[in-house]
Design a protein around this ligand. Structure first.
Ligand SMILES: Cc1cc2nc3c(=O)[nH]c(=O)nc-3n(C[C@H](O)[C@H](O)[C@H](O)COP(=O)(O)O)c2cc1C
Length: 266
């Protein structure tokens, strides 16, 4: 397989995590094997630096060993219909940043759906170095807003997307220099915005805020930085747009080239 060398150790690290996940979900039939495997991964992932053949052998053999020790998935695979695809695309096309709220609360169940959508976003190396911090307390929301000039409305709740730099230092050592954690913030945010819209909740991403100010309000330890805030609220029926930069009629065709850059025709 042709791929960057660091993908091997990344997959191993991910394999170690999956072992934990399988244990949590009762998919495991041989606990001792998995405990040993986790230790083995921790040691043998280092081999990529000084014993490439042994490392590649380990990469090849480990999945076979794992396959013999787990029970297969029994869930049904979702089959998408044309109607589902249209609903999903319509949701993405009609979602707008909401900046005008009624003041009514957003339910915990709705917020939970949003953070789940964030959790299932694509993530570089599947490492997921981001954390989601939900704030519903009106006083805390007010304080966060006082450090956020870009927060143009009073939300009922805020989801702060953080990066855990301790995790990045631990697990991203083979990727350098890396913008992956920031990309992960974006993928999670977009999933959350789409889910919010699907639930009828108004949402708006905000990056215009003081990182240190908001971190102080949230009492965060130094390994956590606040990268993006999503304000949430019940949207007012007539949505107020941000006029400063609008409207630019960018079409999908304008943004997309086929085969050669600048060739917009299929
Ligand atoms: C990275 C990023 C940062 C943003 N920061 C802010 C912000 O600080 N304040 C704000 O009101 N909107 C912010 N937005 C929302 C954009 O202005 C909005 O997504 C854009 O105008 C397109 O409008 P739409 O989301 O309704 O399609 C941000 C969006 C992104 C992706």
């Amino acid at each position: 397989m042709k791929e960057p060398i660091h993908y091997g150790p990344l997959r191993l690290v991910d394999g170690g995590r999956l072992v934990g996940f399988m244990e949590d979900n009762g998919a495991v039939v041989d606990g001792d094997y998995l405990a040993d495997l986790k230790d083995e991964i921790d040691i043998k992932k280092q081999w990529c630096m000084w014993d490439k053949p042994a490392f590649y052998d380990f990469l090849r053999e480990t999945p076979r060993g794992m396959a013999a020790h787990v029970t297969p998935r029994t869930e049904e695979v979702t089959e998408w219909t044309g109607t589902d695809v249209k609903v999903i695309l319509d949701n993405m096309k009609s979602r707008r940043a909401a900046r005008s709220f009624t003041g009514e609360p957003v339910s915990d169940d709705d917020i939970w759906q949003m953070v789940q959508a964030g959790r299932f976003a694509a993530s570089g190396g599947n490492l997921r170095p981001h954390r989601f911090l939900v704030t519903r307390n009106p006083e805390t929301v007010r304080k966060i807003r006082s450090f956020s000039p870009g927060m143009l409305a009073e939300p009922s709740a805020i989801i702060a997307i953080l990066i855990d730099w301790d995790q990045v230092a631990r697990e991203f050592s083979s990727i350098q220099p890396s913008m992956i954690p920031y990309v992960d913030v974006g993928t999670a945010a977009q999933n959350m915005l789409n889910m919010a819209y699907a639930l009828g909740v108004g949402s708006c991403p905000v990056t215009s805020f003081s990182q240190s100010g908001v971190a102080g309000v949230l009492d965060l330890p130094s390994n956590l930085t606040v990268e993006l805030l999503i304000m949430l609220g019940q949207p007012k029926p007539v949505e107020r747009g941000l006029n400063a930069n609008a409207p630019k009629s960018v079409t999908t065709k304008d943004l997309t080239s086929w085969e050669t850059f600048g060739n917009h025709d299929r």
